[in-house]
Each structure stands twice: as C-alpha cells, then as structure tokens.
Ligand binder design. Sequence first.
Ligand code: GLN
Length: 386
Amino acid sequence: MISRKSSAFTESVIREMTRLCIAEHGESCLNLAQGFPDFAAPTELKEAAVDAIRKDFNQYATTWGAKVMRDAIAAKTQHFRQMTVDPETEITVCCGVTEAMLSTILALVDPGDEVVIFEPFYENYGPDCILSGATPVVVPLIPPDWHFDRDQLRKAFNPRTRAIIINTPHNPTGKVYSREELAFIAGLCREFDVIAVTDEIYEHLVYRGEHVSIATLDGMRDRTVTINGLSKTYSVTGWRLAYAIAPAEMTNAIRKVHDFVTVGAPHPLQVAAATALRFPDKYYLDLLNGYRERRDFMLEILDGAGFEAFPPDGAYYVMTDIGGFGEDDVRLAHRMVREIGLATVPGSSFYLEPERGRRQIRFSFPKKMDTLRRAAERLKKLQRVS
Ligand code: GLN
C-alpha cells in the first residue's frame, strides 16, 4: 500500500536517535545527535516575533515570502556575499532548508536525471532526489581532510547529470570548500550544463578558511540555487525559516512547487526575521567566538574518550573515527544512549551504502558549555567492550 518512492529510503536516523535518547532518559538525555541549540535565541529576535503577533500578522504572507523578509535577505546577501539579488523575482522563502531543498529539486530535476552529491552527506539529500525520481550519484570526500578526487568528480558528470548539491560548510564533516575546489566544480557545471544547488546554512560558522558562495564565481550566478536559512545563524531551528535564491526563471518554478507544498512559512516569524537578518556584524562575530570555544572543547573531550576526531573547519559537528572501540557505529551509538544517556548519530546514516560509514560517529555541539561539560563527564564513563 506504499509507493516505491517512499519505500526507497528510511526514516531520519538523526531524529530517531533524538527520540530514543528522550524515551530512555527523558530530561536527562544529552542530545548531541540532532543539531539544534539548547541555548536561547537573541532577545531582540524573540521580541520582534511577539510584536509581530501583537500586530496581527496572523494570516498568510505572500506565498514566496513577506516583502520585509525578502528585502532583508537581499540586503544581507549583498553585505556578506557582495551578491545582488532582486527580492521581487529571485527569492523564495520556505519552511526550513529542508523544504527549500526539496522544492528546488522537485522544481528543477526530472525523473531519470542524475544528481551529484558528495558523500558523506546530510541525510535529506538522498530522499530529495528519490522523491523527484532522480538518481543520486555520490562522490566520496576523503578523510582526514575530506578532499575530493578531481578525476572521480569529473567521471560522475555525464549528459544525464542535471544538478550537483554542495553543502558548505559541510554537515557532517565540517569541511569548508575552498575557492579552488568550488572553481573546479563550477567549471564542470558550465561544461556539462549542470545546476549547482548549495546549502549554505552554516555560512557564519567558519573556524578556518573562508566561506565562498559558488554563485559568486564566474558564470555561476545563472545556474546556481543558493539555499540558506535562519535556524543555525539565529538559533531558531523550530521556526522553520529559510530561503532559496535563484535566477527568475528557476525561482518561478521553485515558487510554484513551494506554494503547493506548504503555501508559505509562518507570517509573524517572517516579519521578525527581517530584524535578525539586519543584525550588525558584531552579532556574527560573537556567534562564531562562542562556537569556536565549543568546538575546541569538544575536540579535547573526544580525544580523551578515545574517539579520533576529524577537526571541523566549519559548521557545528565533529565527525569521528571509532576504530578504537571495536564496535560498529550503530552498536556504539545505541550503547552510548543506554549506558551514558548521550545521543550521537551513527556515521552510516550519512552514506548511500551504510557499510562505508560503519567506523564513524557524528557529535553535534550547538550546546551550552555546561551541557558539553556534562557530556565530558559521561564520556569518561564510557567503557570499551574489546
Ligand atoms: N541539520 C541538523 C542535523 O544535521 C538537524 C536536522 C533536522 O533534524 N532537521 O542534525
């Protein structure tokens, strides 16, 4: 009674690990699985949302986004990326990057097309392709520095290739794609007439290197969909606010799909978002400094607990090698939930072929330092079975 499409993928392991930990430990579960902050969102943003509700922004906004939010997105994108975007024709506000990505792929990719994805990848991209009838073609990122082999990437491109998904800074590895890497990818996109779809939700969390939007490289603006959102930058993952920036023709198609999938994102929160999107530079510096402290602390405690961490250059995850434990990723992740009340994500959930991730586990660290210190205490109690 279920479609072939929906049976071709499993439920999200990230969300499953969260549920499992809460079911077993309730409030005392330390959730380093699903990547969301356990600290407050900026007061000014919360006040703006309360104010918007008081002012009765309670009905649908324009399906592709309230004008105040689109104008603020255009201004922020100009400021940080020196990219000029027309808020009237080139922006679609969506319910989270999850929806922005799915609406984009549904709008631009046909059954039978191929979509290139770097592996390991954020688990949504696989189902996004399958729901669109497309075939995901994976190209490995090679540890410890998560580089890709240029010949291997070139071989993945062919006349059936319709799009490539790039996520920078990258979940789960923390890779920040260099300008040279992106220029190489851009060259292939131009040569094979391929669309670049980028997920840049962690753009402000870069510890080493610089964030580059592929849309700003030569000849790429016309063939790129730049996706971004408020969840991570303003610590409001539950508000479900994101946006896709694309040339007018592609935006038209994305807006149509988006309209029939969700109609639109919550109106009062969009009005509030305009306030956050215009925060001064200092906000982003403070955010980054806080995350840098968490990152460094995580690396220290993971090392002490026997995990071999791949230090992330960006985003808020640490991918680790668990070879020293003599257990596979799922067993160890479940044992950690059971024995020390700490949730993580088994590496296999980031691979098309689960076997390739059996020696890896992802920790996320968008947490209060106090939460991370508690995690450190629990990790000390983790025994090795072998
Ligand atoms: N992006 C976050 C993660 O990888 C949260 C995913 C989600 O649950 N939407 O954990």
